[in-house]
Write a protein that binds this ligand. Structure first.
Ligand code: FPP
Length: 258
């Protein structure tokens, strides 16, 4: 098996973690058992990403659309999140992993919001990797929120309509704090983006695998990264283009941090 090229590690990896329900169904277990095993896969992937030196990992943990699932499943997912925010505390601190969250977080139960805030604050100074959980997140919703904020800023005279360019929109999108996505992975066999990081994934390399999320592990991540390393990224230009001079234009936090 080919090795990962440590000089060409993607800076921002995002994952659509799909297949928990089917994993459980195949074992005649409740869907929540799939989510529990999914949490183990999150831990394994986070460790592997940190070991590889990936600076930013963003996980689609709960979409805006997931609020339409049965209440019992939503409660189980929120409980699992809260539990992980306790059990993974040392893992994050010991491995220098900063926790961050994006999405309409105000829709989460108050106790989940405060645990998220507390662990984010506690890990604020960690510089090894940023783990971002997309919670109550939707790419279109994020763009709507940004459009509203930009419209308000224009109304208040803080920005001229003509000044609204790519960099301005980047600044209004929390998901762009860490820069654009280089590698977007989706497990579970479906080949779609499902309203994840729509703006930031504009030039992402897409990697789809049939593996169900609870089965995803370090080896799965290495395979995805190796596949990414075999791609030629052209950004609509000609071969050999300098990646940092094209999609990574803005002063994103990631560039400032490293
Ligand atoms: C999609 O599988 C997965 C989710 C909606 C939730 C993702 C949650 C986890 C991985 C668990 C824990 C995560 C954290 C961050 C604590 P699905 O239920 O849609 O699967 P299916 O397509 O097989 O039904």
């Amino acid at each position: 098996m080919a090795l990962v090229d440590v000089s060409r590690i993607p800076k921002h990896v995002a994952i659509i973690m799909d297949g928990n329900g089917r994993w459980a169904q195949a074992r005649s277990k409740p869907r929540t058992a799939g989510h529990e095993r999914g949490a183990d896969a999150v831990r394994a992937t986070m460790r592997a990403a940190r070991r590889l030196g990936i600076p930013a990992l963003t996980l689609y943990a709960f979409s805006e659309q997931n609020w339409d699932r049965p209440e019992a499943e939503i409660n189980a997912l929120v409980d699992l999140l809260c539990e992980c925010l306790v059990t993974e505390r040392n893992e994050l601190l010991d491995n220098e992993i900063r926790l961050s969250a994006i999405g309409r977080l105000h829709k989460l139960p108050k106790h989940a919001q405060s645990r998220l805030r507390a662990l984010s604050a506690e890990t604020e100074a960690c510089e090894g990797m940023t783990l971002t959980l997309a919670l109550s997140y939707g790419g279109r919703e994020e763009l709507i929120d940004a459009a509203r904020a930009l419209a308000s800023a224009a109304r208040d005279g803080e920005i001229e309509p003509d000044e609204i360019d790519e960099a301005a929109i980047d600044r209004f999108l929390p998901s762009m704090d860490l820069g654009p996505v280089d590698l977007l992975i989706r497990t579970g066999g479906e080949q779609r983006i499902s309203n994840f990081l729509l703006w930031g994934s504009a030039y992402a390399e897409l990697y789809f695998t049939d593996e169900l999320w609870p089965d995803f592990d370090a080896i799965s991540l290495y395979s995805a990264v190796r596949d990414y390393q075999g791609r030629e990224r052209r950004f609509g230009l000609v071969p050999g283009v300098d990646e940092d001079a094209t999609v990574r234009k803005g002063p994103h936090k990631l560039e400032r941090a490293i």
